[in-house]
Design a protein around this ligand. Structure first.
Ligand code: PLP
Length: 393
């Protein structure tokens, strides 16, 4: 009886999940699979954060909270944002809305800023959910393709060329999922200046901000000439190894924050009260958190270095230089003459070499695959070596 409503008529199932399902089925059948498909840190949440959650539960923080999140958490988020040299006035808790993961904040922002007739520029390749969220908001996602010579990043000129009078906003993700590329301060500055001139919203997804290996990654807060058109998205998932806790947030102008809060109040209400107090510990107990985060980033860095060394043994294999996040994006154009080389390669490398990767078609670039090194160093090295062998066989 079910007929999809016009709201979801164009909704596609996540391609990332399809590969994961196949890898799981092979594992269940007893086959050894090297899983480089994961999009989450392999570390446990630091102990002091888990203890803070247990304490919150015992202390009775088990009821509904304000939709926008408890004040101590919004204060901690604002204080954390103000650790860097913020342009203009400091961030205040009134600009912060806490949600059930940065994914929800991204969706809140898309629904509240964009609607029918609006176009939203999406530097591509990009995380698969951006396109779907924009379409769910009944706006149009406009992919803007980056050049391989520029680590698949887009330039302000490319964005300007893709714009029309209907352009309403822009998604920006640095460090990037799926490429691991990091935008420089100059690149960001040019893009934010263009967006401010044109009056576009910029949704800056900074979920991987702390996971950057070469001098760090710049936040929009320190680069953008104004915050009037800026929505910062972040969360605890990747930096603090807290994917399951589901805490994200937006930092946006107060009027927009109120709208996002109203929207969230009718869809999910507040994020888990216990997770919110765990997040307070993660963000406010800076010294302990910095020790834990730095150790995880150092470990990612060592794996990144090992992966790059392993790939360098195969000079014909091209990939985006992985400067942040925990992904390496590998070119598979021309693989066995397939129409969708990324999908063909992902299937072949799983069947023949026992390695699970995500086909680049999920990120609108079918000539590539994404491998995650959020796994032990030996597994990551073994995995990318097999990928290179499959590519060069
Ligand atoms: N943004 C990007 C670019 C991501 O890769 C992910 C998760 O994979 C998210 C947002 C979602 O994170 P959260 O767990 O906070 O919803």
């Amino acid at each position: 009886l079910f007929q999809p409503s016009p709201n979801i008529i164009r909704l596609k199932e996540s391609a990332t999940l399809a590969v994961a399902a196949k890898a799981r089925a092979l594992k269940a059948a007893g086959k050894a699979v090297i899983d480089l498909g994961a999009g989450e840190p392999d570390f446990d949440t630091p102990a002091f954060i888990r203890e803070a959650a247990a304490e919150a539960m015992v202390a009775g923080h088990t009821r509904y909270t304000a939709t926008e999140g408890v004040l101590p958490l919004r204060e901690a988020i604002a204080a954390d944002a103000n650790r860097i040299q913020v342009q203009g006035t400091p961030v205040t808790p009134a600009e912060v809305v806490v949600s059930n993961g940065s994914k929800q904040s991204l969706y809140n922002a898309c629904v509240c800023c964009f609607g029918p007739g609006d176009e939203v520029l999406v530097p591509t390749p990009s995380w698969t959910s951006y396109y779907e969220m924009i379409e769910l908001a009944r706006a149009v996602s406009v992919p803007v393709f980056g050049d391989a010579a520029n680590s698949l990043k887009v330039t302000a000129e490319q964005l300007a060329a893709a714009a029309t009078p209907r352009t309403k906003g822009l998604m920006l993700n640095s460090p990037s999922n799926p490429t691991g590329a990091v935008y420089s301060r100059e690149e960001l500055s040019a893009i934010f200046t263009l967006a401010a001139e044109r009056g576009w919203w910029v949704i800056a997804d900074e979920i991987y901000l702390r996971i950057a290996y070469e001098g760090g990654a710049q936040s929009a807060l320190e680069v953008a000439p104004t915050r009037d058109n800026l929505i910062i998205i972040n969360g605890v998932a990747k930096a603090y190894a807290m994917t399951g806790w589901r805490i994200g947030w937006s930092i946006a102008p107060v009027a927009l924050s109120k709208a996002m809060n109203a929207f969230q109040s009718h869809t999910t209400s507040n994020a888990s009260s216990i997770s919110q107090y765990a997040a307070v510990a993660a963000i406010a107990r800076r010294e302990e958190a910095d020790v834990a985060v730095n150790a995880m980033v150092q470990s990612f860095r060592e794996r990144r270095d090992a992966v790059v060394t392993a790939l360098s043994a195969f000079p014909s294999v091209r990939y985006v230089h992985p400067a942040g996040a925990f992904y390496v994006y590998i070119n598979v154009e021309g693989f066995r003459g397939a129409a969708d080389p990324g999908a063909a390669f992902a299937a072949a490398v799983l069947d023949e070499y026992g390695v699970a990767v995500v086909p680049g078609g999920a990120f609108l670039t079918p000539g590539w695959v994404r491998a995650s090194y959020a796994t032990t160093q030996s597994v990551a090295v073994d995995g990318v070596t097999r990928i290179a062998q499959c590519l060069t066989a």
